[in-house]
Design a protein around this ligand. Structure first.
Ligand code: SF4
Ligand code: SF4
Length: 315
């Protein structure tokens, strides 16, 4: 199934943006001639909430789920880390596909719930919230469009349980839109900030350990009740991770800092920057010295013998 996030040229996405009240003609049911055709060729991006639902369903950790069931990818050219479902080994089919249909139906990802609708999250200029628009995906193999059942996209989202998924992915989508809109001015994000984004958004169990750590506790002031709630509930922790990322990546302060610890950390960070610059300068010097030496050595070897007969220099 091609379940794209955005329409691309040559894609089966009907290139019209429509609102939630737009009527679609579609129905998918067991027994339809194309049953499972959509899950035989997947391209499905996962949201942080999709991962939490699936790792819980599979009774595993987010770290193991990411390793075994996903492939990382870069969203657009903004250096934003994304995650896609990994198809079966050597094939294109979803590994959750069964002859009876989706093997994780109650916890299927957002893109699967939306199909054949594509969600377009758009941030208008000078606005700091996103607005949702939709596009229709029409693929030749999908016969669901030929079934005479019409309903509004909003009603379809409700029927498919997509509303809850959208609500819980809102903070993440806003982070992405924010990064996209600031990206070109700031440039490519550092490896560290990309790793932090990946961990906080997708690897909720590692983020759990991070928030539980002594270092985190020293820097951020969390009340005992709030911390206990975050440690007990992955979804609450995920929402917190979006706030955390907004704070550390975009300076939108919503988590109280221990000012002393923050100052101490800044001093350490500045000292480390000086160290890094010093190490870089030493490496540069060493490299230049080596190049110079190699240059002299080359000359030395050339001085010893010249193969050109016309060259009288045979010392
Ligand atoms: S998760 Fe389920 S619905 Fe989605 S592609 Fe896989 S089998 Fe199909
Ligand atoms: S009708 Fe479309 S969504 Fe349903 S099984 Fe067929 S191809 Fe998949």
């Amino acid at each position: 199934m091609s379940k794209p996030d955005v329409p691309f040229p040559q894609s089966p996405v009907v290139p019209n943006m429509v609102d939630g009240d737009h009527q679609i003609q579609f129905s998918c049911h067991k027994g339809i001639s194309c049953w499972n055709a959509c899950c035989a060729n997947i391209d499905i991006s996962l949201t942080p909430y999709d991962i939490i639902r699936l790792k819980k369903r599979l009774d595993t950790t987010s770290t193991v789920f990411l390793r075994d069931y996903t492939v990382p990818h870069e969203m657009e050219k903004d250096g934003i880390a994304g995650v896609k479902l990994r198809p079966v080994d050597g094939g294109t089919a979803c590994r959750f596909m069964t002859p009876e249909g989706c093997g994780v139906y109650e916890d299927r990802p957002t893109a699967c719930r939306y199909y054949p609708v594509a969600l377009l999250s758009i941030r208008k200029q000078d606005e700091y919230t996103d607005t949702q628009s939709y596009a229709l995906v029409k693929e030749d193999h999908c016969k669901g469009h030929e079934v005479a059942r019409t309903m509004a996209i909003d009603a379809y989202r409700k029927e498919q349980g997509a509303e809850e998924y959208d609500e819980l992915a809102r903070g993440w989508r806003q982070l992405i839109l924010k990064k996209k809109s600031t990206g070109p001015a700031i440039g490519a994000p550092s490896l560290k900030s990309r790793q932090l984004f990946f961990m906080a958004c997708y690897d909720i169990d590692t983020f759990h350990n991070f928030v539980e750590s002594e270092a985190f506790g020293k820097l951020f002031k969390l009340g005992a009740d709030e911390k206990a709630m975050l440690m007990a509930d992955d979804v609450e922790l995920m929402q917190f991770s979006f706030r955390f990322l907004k704070q550390v990546l975009f300076g939108e302060k919503s988590i109280e800092l221990d000012e002393e610890a923050a100052k101490e950390r800044l001093v350490k960070w500045q000292a480390r920057q000086v160290e890094i610059e010093k190490e870089a300068a030493e490496k540069r010097e060493e490299y230049e010295r080596k190049m110079l030496e190699e240059g002299i050595n080359e000359e030395d070897s050339g001085l010893g013998y010249c193969e050109d007969e016309s060259c009288g220099d045979k010392r």
